[in-house]
Ligand binder design. Structure first.
Ligand code: NAP
Length: 333
């Protein structure tokens, strides 16, 4: 009976490498009052983890060398010294990249039993889906007939943003890094158009797909993709800064905002956010997303890699675009 865990052994310089991680095993300690032991079923791999590996100042403290990699899991209680979470309970917690973690009862919450399959509690009906729902509706405030452009549009957050946009009666244009992802956004997710940013014709394709301009830009990536979308902004448009994945492995910070005249000229608004802003309201988002899924409107896709020992290699897929939809590690049945 051992707990496998993935440690950050060194901070990455630029793109992380597998040598920044190591697998360690612990023999299992006995539980104290109020503690539970979990068998991790699913581990979520997310772009924000790159930020936690860095020593740079952020909205929350980063990791130190020697720490277990941070992350959210779904686990089954296998041993319990807690009245709140008896053996067999299915819970969500931030115990990180570990196979049999021991956690305190105040660090876990029960997974909503309506969420099926369970992995959705880490994806479309979990943190990424809630990110899409709250930031699009609270910051973007989409109106029927408006045009939403979403980058990383086939990903966990982007696919949900686009589908909520369609549900609210907007035109949705998705941006992604392959023709296969573009086809998926249009054919399966029902977006009005998709554009491949890796093509030489990207700017022209974006222009022809947004003939009436862009009212809401949901930015997941930053960099040259975002520069191109800013040229399509309409008067009183809103730019929601959700993520900047194209910049996460940069060795130095980019020079400060260069293209703010585009905001001035269009009287546009730009707002960044961290999803935890709406933590007290998550149930509203879960109910909304469940209803949309049950009606058959909300589609999702997952990339599943088996085995916690493969988490470091899988994590890198987020930066090469090899994941297609929510990236997950299946740790146990
Ligand atoms: N603010 C918040 O609270 C919050 C919460 C959750 C997530 N986020 C952010 O939201 C974004 C999406 O997260 P997710 O979990 O849904 O990930 P995801 O979209 O499922 O996966 C990341 C995708 O980013 C794209 N990408 C990678 N490098 C890129 C580059 N250099 N230029 C353009 N695109 C690139 C790739 O897709 P392609 O194949 O299309 O290139 C990749 O598949 C991330 O930036 C994340 O940090 C923010």
């Amino acid at each position: 009976m051992t707990n496998k865990k993935i440690i950050m052994t060194s901070r990455p310089t630029g793109l992380p490498k597998e040598s920044n991680f190591s697998l360690q095993e612990d023999s299992q300690a006995s539980l104290n009052q109020g503690q539970i032991r979990l068998k991790t079923l699913w581990l979520s791999l997310d772009p924000y983890m790159r930020g936690r590996m860095s020593a740079a100042k952020s909205y929350t403290a980063g990791m130190n060398e020697g720490n277990v990699m941070t992350g959210e899991i779904i686990g089954k209680v296998t041993e319990s010294e807690s009245k709140k979470f008896p053996e067999g309970s299915i819970v969500l917690t931030r115990s990180g990249w570990q196979s049999e973690p021991v956690v305190g009862e105040n660090e876990v919450s029960l997974v909503d039993p309506r969420i099926d399959p369970l992995s959705l509690a880490l994806g479309t009906i979990g943190m990424p889906g809630l990110t899409a729902y709250f930031s699009l509706t609270r910051i973007g405030k989409p109106k029927k007939g408006e045009t939403i452009v979403v980058s990383a549009g086939s990903g966990a957050v982007g696919a949900t943003v686009g589908q909520i946009g369609k549900h609210l009666g907007c035109k949705v244009v998705g941006i992604a890094g392959s023709d296969e992802k573009v086809k998926y956004m249009v054919d399966d997710l029902n977006f009005d158009a998709g554009v491949n940013y890796k093509k030489e014709t990207f700017k022209e394709d974006l222009k022809s797909s947004t003939a009436e301009g862009c009212d809401i830009y949901f930015d997941n990536v930053g960099g040259p993709v975002t520069d191109a979308v800013l040229d399509r902004l309409n008067t009183f448009s809103r730019v929601i800064v959700c993520g900047q994945i194209s910049q996460y492995n940069n060795l130095k910070n980019e020079d400060g905002p260069r293209n703010f005249h585009k905001f001035l000229r269009n009287q546009a608004k730009l707002e960044g956010f961290i999803v935890y802003r709406w933590a007290e309201e998550y149930q509203e988002g879960i109910d909304f997303l469940l209803k949309l899924k049950e009606s058959g409107f909300l589609k999702y896709r997952e990339t599943v890699v088996e085995g916690i020992e493969n988490a470091p290699e899988a994590f890198l897929k987020l930066f090469s675009g090899e994941n297609f939809g929510k990236l997950l590690i299946k740790v146990a049945e």
